[in-house]
Design a protein around this ligand. Structure first.
Ligand code: ZN
Ligand code: ZN
Length: 415
């Protein structure tokens, strides 16, 4: 085969199996601290003999926009996925954006499949599976796409594979657990042995990162688990390329309470109750670990209100890092204009944005809040277990990870 061309980029066919890993919420420092603690021998070798750089993810620094950027090699203005939710003006309703019909670009996976390659996609949460697997012809020995959350429900028809739980040899984990991500890596190891796909994509959940900072015992346990299973893939000759969908920061005050700017309350006080509509694109069916509190919001304004006036007033509020009108925000962050509100608001490093005080149930938050969404969570690692040819001075993005893994790896170690 010759290569893969998709979304304006081209990729060489892999010589060894390529495993791209998206570690959800893996702020720079998690891997390094686990190595320092002597818990991660594979990562220690990677840091000394492979490649480790810091790049930027996509803003809003949320899971779905970034996973889709990674697997399309393009920003949200190209693929269309800019959050978990958007407000559809025509139907006057808030619509979940995890339906594959909202994805506007083809993935690297479908292009690679058209070039004759075998593909395996494994995610922790099922909400991503449909988007990542869109357009793949699924079937044994061809392509599979499944989540650990619903591993026991995988069928040949829907997922290209069945009997996943038996294959992995672990029980289906709880959706709020480190086990959900461990299952992803364990499945990856088994699939590499049995299917040996040319391209594998593993995507975890940030359950641990929302609760535990880099270097803490629980975080180090998590990265030690990952190290052990990635070490097995390394021993099988795989090119392993790891990045993150976004970073993570503490978002609480000195007493441990979440530090929140209630944006709907602010706009209500300026414009009248309910006249503006605040959308928090972090909102999803799994809110226990972040209480739907992140650092990015968009808002729809009443028709007679000038966005520039509101933006100027918001920008002057403490805790607001950026406030922009739609056009400026979409240009700066490469977002699709038709799925964003009239204004975009980003809170500062240790603050989050809420709607109204009354609408947030924070009873599920047991630990001091850590979250993401803003510009302050944009730094992410890009790590490979090979040396790669880097372009000096270039701003690398997490969605360059397939380019690095397929086009820039220098040493081709025979599998
Ligand atoms: Zn995430
Ligand atoms: Zn998260």
């Amino acid at each position: 085969m010759t290569g893969i061309a998709i979304n304006g980029r081209s990729y060489r066919a892999p010589v060894a199996p390529v495993v791209v890993v998206c570690v959800d919420g893996s702020e720079p420092g998690y891997v390094e601290k686990a190595v320092e603690a002597g818990r991660a021998p594979f990562f220690a070798r990677l840091l000394s003999a492979g490649t480790s750089i810091i790049g930027d993810c996509v803003v809003p620094t949320f899971t779905n926009p970034n996973n889709l950027s990674i697997v399309t090699g393009a920003p949200p203005m190209v693929h269309g996925i800019c959050g978990n939710f958007f407000y559809d003006r025509e139907s006057d309703s808030e619509v979940m954006m995890n339906d594959p019909r909202f994805l506007r670009a083809e993935t690297i996976f479908t292009a690679a499949q058209a070039a004759g390659l075998k593909i395996c996609v494994v995610t922790a949460k099922d909400k991503l599976r449909g988007l990542l697997g869109k357009g793949l012809a699924l079937g044994p020995g061809k392509a599979c796409s499944f989540s650990s959350e619903k591993a026991d429900q995988a069928t040949i028809e829907t997922n290209g594979i069945d009997r996943v739980v038996e294959m992995v040899g672990l029980p289906v984990p709880d959706v709020y657990s480190a086990g959900l991500s461990e299952f992803v890596f364990a499945a990856g190891v088994k699939l590499m042995k049995s299917w040996r796909p040319e391209i594998m994509y593993l995507s975890t959940t940030d359950y641990i990162q929302h609760k535990h900072a880099p270097g803490t015992r629980v975080a180090n346990d998590f990265y030690a688990m990952m190290d052990r299973l990635l070490g097995e893939l390394d021993a099988m000759g795989c090119v392993i390329a790891l990045t993150a969908d976004h970073g993570m920061n503490a978002k609480h005050d000195a007493t441990g309470k979440p530090d929140i700017v209630f944006l709907q309350d602010v706009l209500d006080s300026w414009l009248g109750a309910g006249r503006a509509r605040v959308i928090l694109p972090i909102t999803d069916p799994y809110v226990v670990h972040h209480g739907a509190l992140g650092s990015f919001a968009t808002a729809y304004l009443p028709e007679n209100v000038v966005a520039a006036d509101i933006v100027a007033r918001l920008a002057a509020l403490p805790g607001i890092e950026v406030a922009l009108d739609r056009k400026s925000a979409c240009a700066r962050y490469e977002l699709p204009e038709d799925r964003m509100g009239d204004i975009v608001v980003v809170s500062s490093r240790h603050k989050v944005l809420g709607t109204s005080r009354a609408r947030h149930d924070l009873s599920g938050l047991k630990e001091p809040l850590r979250s993401h969404g803003g510009v302050s969570e944009q730094r992410v690692p890009l790590m490979l277990n090979r040396r790669v040819a880097l372009e000096p001075g270039r701003r690398y993005r997490n969605f360059d990870i397939f380019d690095l893994a397929l086009n820039r790896v220098q040493e081709r170690i025979a599998a």
